[in-house]
Design a binder for this molecule. Structure first.
Ligand code: BGC
Length: 350
């Protein structure tokens, strides 16, 4: 923290005030612009940090780990006081983070935990396990798994194995569904239920589409019904939906598809009846929480934390602030997404 203290001291001298909020240079490293949510995360954070008087260096790394490392190196070279990082591969930034620690630069892990390092100071995210619980619970209710006597067929798609969040989403959902698999009321005709079998590298829509194509060809080409596909997020849901449409599924026999993020394309699919639900994680809420964290750190205070037990990163349990994710479907999307000003009606028009 020595560098930060120098900044604070200088600011006190310049401003001549002991109660001033100090302007910090904040490096914000985001994984990719190819997914809508990260553009919103980046834009929201930049806007809020700048409104609070800070200087923001916002970078996107095109899902390229080496590029993200060099972007963070540059942020440090350019005098960053604080780093906010949404990693591509949570375990791949150890060396550059060690430099940040050496320089006394606090690091906030944004949305995705930074793994195998003691250089991460705080973590802010949505309750990732709860995201999965919401998806699993939705399927239990929508398919009436408690009361039905005839089995349903489902398939499972999960997220990227290098993203620590992916296992939480998967596990949250699987823990809800598993008792019904054990009872035989839920069947998974592909037999693929383990995380490693259902994961999707880089959360890629193309990869989830290709895997679904294979599953349909191998297990559903004889007309066997498919009642639901549990997808961890919207980019994988999009691939699955495209595959199903390509294979000739129609509204009459379309499986229930779960998702996460309320991306525009997926919200349009919800409106059109091709995706059953999504989990809304308002990026404005997370950005606001991270801005509060930055402000607290810059002012030498302890940021607000509400979880000190869950997020062990392989080295230590990182103090975390968890925001609450919200269920979204055709019945509440207007209020959640349009009335709240997250999207305009035009953005969701087909
Ligand atoms: C985020 C999700 C997102 C996924 C793919 C995860 O780490 O928490 O909101 O859908 O990455 O970008």
């Amino acid at each position: 923290m020595k560098k930060l203290f120098t900044v604070i001291l200088l600011a006190v001298m310049v401003l001549g005030a002991s109660t001033a909020v100090f302007a910090a240079r904040v490096g914000v490293a985001m994984p990719t612009q190819s997914l809508q949510r990260w553009n919103q995360d980046g834009a929201n954070m930049k806007e809020r940090l700048e409104a609070a008087g800070h200087v923001v260096d916002l970078q996107y790394a095109n899902n390229n780990v080496a590029l993200q490392v060099s972007q963070i190196e540059n942020m440090i070279l350019n005098g960053a006081d604080i780093l906010v990082i949404a990693s591509i591969d949570g375990a791949s930034l150890g060396t550059v983070l060690a430099v940040a620690k050496e320089e006394g630069i606090p690091v906030i892990a944004y949305d995705r935990l930074l793994m195998e390092t003691d250089a991460v100071t705080y973590y802010a995210t949505f309750d990732n396990y709860m995201v999965g619980t919401i998806q699993g619970t939705y399927l239990v209710e929508a398919l009436d798994l408690e009361n039905r006597t005839d089995p349903v067929n489902i398939e499972i798609t999960a997220g990227s194995p290098d993203d620590n969040n992916a296992r939480y989403f998967y596990q949250g959902a699987y823990d809800v569904i598993k008792p019904y698999i054990d009872k035989g009321i839920v069947q998974v005709p592909s037999g693929q239920t383990a995380f490693e079998q259902v994961a999707t590298l880089e959360w890629s829509s193309e990869r989830s589409q290709a895997r679904m194509d294979n599953l349909i060809a191998a297990h559903y080409s004889d007309g066997r019904p498919l009642h639901a596909v549990l997808c961890s997020n919207d980019s994988t849901a999009l691939g699955v939906t495209n595959s199903l449409l390509g294979a000739g599924f129609t509204k009459e026999n379309f499986p229930l598809i779960t998702g996460q993020d309320c991306d525009i394309a997926n919200t349009k699919n919800i409106i059109a009846g091709y995706q059953a639900m999504s989990v809304f994680k308002d990026t404005r809420t997370l950005a606001e929480q991270v801005v509060k964290m930055v402000e607290a750190i810059v002012n030498g205070q302890e940021p607000e934390i509400n979880d000190t037990e869950t997020y062990f990163n392989g080295v230590y349990t990182v103090p975390t602030y968890l925001c609450e994710p919200v269920f979204a479907d055709i019945n509440n999307y207007e209020e959640l997404l349009i009335v709240s000003g997250y999207y305009t009606r035009e953005q969701l028009a087909n």
